[in-house]
Write a protein that binds this ligand. Sequence first.
Ligand code: SF4
Ligand code: SF4
Ligand code: FES
Length: 393
Amino acid sequence: MRVGLKIWRYDSSTGDRALKEYEIDAPEEATLLDCLDIVKDRQDGTLAFRKSCRMMICGSCGMRMDGAAVLACKTRMYDIAQSGHVPVVSAMGNLPIVKDLVVDMTPFWSKFRAIGPWLQPGYEQPPDGKEYRISQERMNVIHKESLCINCGCCVSECNAMEADPEFLGPQALAKGMRFVGDPREGKAVERLEDYNSEHGIWDCTRCYFCNERCPKGVDPRDAIAKLGAESIKHGIDRDMGAKHAKWFVTSAKTTGWLRETELVQKTQGIRSAIQQTGFALGLARKGKVPLPVPPHVAKDVPQARALHDIVRSQDRQGALGIVQGERALSRLEHGHGADGAARGPYGEGSFPRPFLPGEDGAPPAGGDQGMGSRTQADVTPGAEPTRKPGGGA
Ligand code: SF4
Ligand code: SF4
Ligand code: FES
């Protein structure tokens, strides 16, 4: 297939920057990384990019395609090439560019080091003298965080980091949660104190771009939410962000609404609230804020209170409450409907099933195009497989 690429080139010795266009012949199964290799081998040996494993494990090949971070070795080019689109490839964001697609990872690793990326066990010997067994329920708390390959794709797209380069950032905080949530960790509370400091967890703007761009499903924003929940569980709530979150809970439980007129006082204190009285009165005159007294109570507030009581009775404080939501999502992802009935992973509402070699529309058996090669739906957008789902795959 013919693949077109526009690549932002940068020469660190001169500061020159230019968008260069390339066109290459590549195999249909080629990834973006394969295409860059071909450009470098056959057209321009000066192109710089990082790679190592070529199989989504080492985290070296993070870069941007059309403005969003991707792992080059995970990004198949077939659909893009077929559509005639020529993507723009550039270096990751929020990190200084060294050359072309290579960024300086020093700030990334500094933050990684700052969170203490090692276990600090709270015991000399495991309980039975041999090993420390961890229940599946406890592992679920840090399962996703353990999948991080330190590629930096989340950091590249982090809004908070763009505004504040000192912000610890999604990767470091996800790694922090990996240790805070480990039952063997002996310094979890000290860690939470650290992560609640300036440039810590409460500086996240909850834009969710890190979840969207992470190629390994770590969901760093969820990890940050777990750290927030764990902090509040341990009484570490000095930050305005923590106070804000607590007021949301109280407000929803008591009235079924978010009582925004009291939010400033509850999160920033009475002094700050008084200082902002003029601004608040201006808003009130324009009908932008309801009067706080008497508070507006939702008609069905008993339902909000009942929900609050159910969560309390389950005793899922801290990260466990957030993991509960993750488990529900993973059940959906793996094809179980709300009624618990199994649903096929392919077919209506799911992925089109890949063809097996020799089936209608499939590439011929043999050669290097087996199960991992492109699907019919890749070839013809919207096309359905001709064989019924259920076998083989
Ligand atoms: S959700 Fe938070 S950590 Fe994630 S990208 Fe947005 S600001 Fe950054
Ligand atoms: S959290 Fe995801 S995107 Fe961020 S460094 Fe780890 S694997 Fe990469
Ligand atoms: S080359 Fe290792 S993750 Fe892409």
